[in-house]
Design a protein around this ligand. Sequence first.
Ligand code: UD1
Ligand code: UDP
Length: 362
Amino acid sequence: MKIVTVLGARPQFIKAAPVSKALAEAGLDEILVHTGQHYDANMSSVFFDELGMRPPAYTLETGGGSRMSQVSRGLAQLEEILIKEKPDRVLVYGDTNATFSGAFAAVAHNIPLAHVEAGLRSFNRRMPEETNRILTDHVAQWCFTPTPEATQQLAKEGITGHWVGDVMLDALLQFSPTAQEHASWVALKNQHGLEKNSYVLLTMHRAESTDKPDVLRDLFKTLNNSGHRVLFPVHPRTKPLWKAIVEETPLANIIPVEPLGYLAMLAAESNASAIVTDSGGVQKEAAMLGVPCLTLRTETEWVETVAWGVNQVIGLDAEKLSSALAALQTNAPVAVSLQTIHQYYGSGHASQRIVALLQGND
Ligand code: UD1
Ligand code: UDP
């Protein structure tokens, strides 16, 4: 069986790492196609290197530009690859423009499509990710869901989902044991004195946040004045805005660094006293690692993390952020039991379940 996997953005390299390993262990032929949506070394090749993945067989040029331009460039280049490779399955992950390009290319060529991380909804159709994932779920032959709720959501939409667990838990369990000793983390930790619980970790990259410079400036100021030191790996989308803001207003308590590799990121997350983010994957990793998370969005797809009390959705609201940061100093962190994590995200073997289902063996 030949599988073409289409990926293109940072979180997809991390999600694909354990699945590619499981596909190889099962003796399946996987061709990796990187759409080139993310292309800087620290947004792309670092993950292939650190996570022991084979380099992509094809790397397309879809990075930068509008959503339509990324998708249409992806489709044109994918068509040639699908005609040449004639795969039995196409595999896509998550909700990015690369996901949608891969999904549409597969259905246009009548190739059965599998979607990993299916069934998530923010119910906010203004997010490009929401429509990417809805469109993909509705044309996929296999919808592999990370949580039982995601399967229930698909059922409401008339789609059969297969709950396999979350491949991001597979990745976290596989790579956490070596993260603290990884040279990239040791260097960062020593350079900035990042002892356990001595800083808050911040990530920001959603268009909804970066499209509002005044709001973002207020959030940064609030973080800077919160009494916490803040470690901030700056996503390329946010970089120009961040630079413009600090040129006007120096923010000495925020430590900007280049985007981190996955191992340094896992270590940075687990040693943080709290995480402030608008990332989907980072919210969930915070819950898996038991680190309190403040989510700078108006809604989340990972609703269980809020129900567990480890994640608070506070919107893009500087006042609420300020109160939540102050409360962190007095409230004891919420511990989520391993049993609960496994009940929702599986036991760390979602990848093997996906491979079995793709082979028709489950
Ligand atoms: C994309 C996904 C988002 C995901 C995020 C993960 C969509 C619609 N959005 O958002 O769901 O959460 O990836 O990080 O697919 N850029 C660089 N270097 C890079 C990558 C990007 O300079 O290596 C620049 C691009 O040129 C572009 C901007 O960053 O100007 C945004 O990149 P893009 O891939 O369009 O969106 P993300 O915000 O990364
Ligand atoms: N991540 C990373 N380095 C960073 C920031 C994030 O390795 O500097 C990892 C993070 O641990 C998680 C994934 O990237 O596994 C989340 O990706 P991102 O926040 O870019 O996208 P989202 O999950 O919001 O789609």
